[in-house]
Write a protein that binds this ligand. Structure first.
Ligand code: UT7
Length: 376
């Protein structure tokens, strides 16, 4: 029997920090509301592209696994905020790490993209299609954010992490997962302005607005993650007492507390990053996993539960049996290039560009209507 062990890990967190106070300089919000409703204090804003973040994380993960880029034969790039629609983003990572003979694909299931990608890589390793996979969870949400909407602008952040998954004869890596999608409530979270659906409307690509029913998402997220966690534990014949660590999707501290208490696991077994990084969508689980390893919270043989949810609404829960090694075999010197801009300056630059684009778009539509009227 072949398993798919996680043998390398690496995060790439942008250095620029956006605080609750920064947000309150342009939004009608405050630290007290954000902290009590979400647990969030800070999030990061990236000054480089998603692919560039992914390359840094990939190089760190590959070094930790003691491999070279050319050893990788599959790259799965989990994200819903790709730099471009075409070509696939994974090929950008592939070219940079020199994985000449790798297969490369992008997977978008929103915040669950990393875990769906991990399932895909694990399945391809277990069926003998590939041996060494790089699985990335990356999100660059700041350019797509509707910064004038306080319902969403306070919740999200940019970030990235990657893991290396390798064929193993020992029972380790993902030992079971439950995947699902509550498609009936897909309308509760939608980012308008990012796809072809908006080409013929009064919208310029990139001028995004968010449909976001926070309370509905909250309710379905808790229910979905609790059910998926119970299902995967049952499937694998384990009880909540067997779980050593929970590495959940980090969308809201209250959601995490509700899920783990219903799942029967105490909070001291939960890895939290939501206070420092907010909701980084696909990046939350791999970043939290990487930090848990670095903090010594992952031990040889640890049983790790990873529940998550995202737009769709996709839901899942994975059970991972950790292997023997919890220290990296090598280190990479890959790093972010320096930036002089603060996170707030970057956000204000994005807001200014969007306002300019929106004005241009409105002007273009007005002119188009004038032409239409004058030719009638
Ligand atoms: O990964 C998938 C992403 N989605 C999610 O994670 C969403 C899950 N949902 C949530 O986390 C929560 O529903 C929120 C954090 C989004 C909102 O918390 P809530 O306790 O459900 O608040 P609410 O939506 O009921 O809003 C309460 C009040 C409202 O004012 P009124 O109508 O009571 O006067 C909002 O207008 O809070 C107001 N409000 C804010 N006030 C200050 C909403 N956003 C803000 C804000 N600052 N940023």
């Amino acid at each position: 029997m072949t398993y798919a062990a996680i043998t390398g890990w690496g995060a790439a967190m942008p250095p620029s920090v956006l605080s609750n106070r920064d947000l309150s300089t342009f939004l009608d919000t405050n630290d007290e509301w954000i902290t009590t409703r979400t647990g969030m204090k800070e999030r990061r804003v990236s000054h480089v592209s998603g692919i560039e973040m992914a390359i840094i994380a990939a190089q760190r993960a590959i070094a930790a696994a003691g491999l070279d880029g050319k050893d990788i034969d599959l790259i799965v790039y989990g994200s819903c905020s790709n730099d471009e629609q075409v070509p696939n983003a994974s090929s950008g990572v592939q070219a940079a790490i020199g994985a000449k003979h790798a297969a490369s694909m992008d997977i978008n299931t929103a915040c669950t993209s990393f875990l769906y990608s991990l399932s895909t890589a694990t399945a391809m390793i277990r069926t003998g299609v590939v041996k060494n996979a790089l699985v990335i969870g990356v999100e660059i949400i700041s350019p797509f954010m509707d910064w004038d909407n306080r319902n969403v602008a306070v919740l999200f952040g940019d970030g990235c992490a990657a893991v290396v998954v390798q064929a193993s004869e020992r029972e380790e890596g993902v030992i079971g997962e439950q995947l699902g999608c509550l498609a009936d409530v897909r309308h509760t979270l939608r980012v308008r302005g990012m796809g072809t659906a908006y080409c013929n409307l009064d919208v310029t690509a990139g001028i995004t607005s968010w449909d976001f029913d926070g309370q509905e998402i909250f309710r379905h997220a808790v229910q979905g993650m609790v059910q998926a966690s119970a299902a995967v534990m049952k499937k694998c014949g384990v009880t909540p007492d067997d779980i050593d660590l929970v590495v959940p999707h980090q969308a809201n501290l209250r959601i995490i507390e509700a899920v783990v208490s219903r799942a029967g696991v105490p909070m001291d077994k939960v890895m939290l990053t939501v206070q420092r990084y907010g909701n980084m969508s696909a990046a939350t689980v791999p970043v939290a996993l990487t930090e848990a390893i670095e903090e010594g919270r992952v031990k040889p043989g640890s049983l790790i539960l990873m529940p998550a949810f995202g737009a769709g609404l996709t839901v899942c829960a994975h059970l991972v049996r950790w292997g023997e090694r919890t220290t990296p075999l090598g280190l990479s010197d890959a790093a972010f290039p320096p930036t002089k801009l603060t996170a707030l300056e970057q956000v204000n630059a994005i807001r200014a560009k969007k306002a300019e684009g929106a004005a241009r778009s409105a002007d273009g539509m007005r002119k188009a209507r004038l032409v239409e009227t004058s030719t009638k």
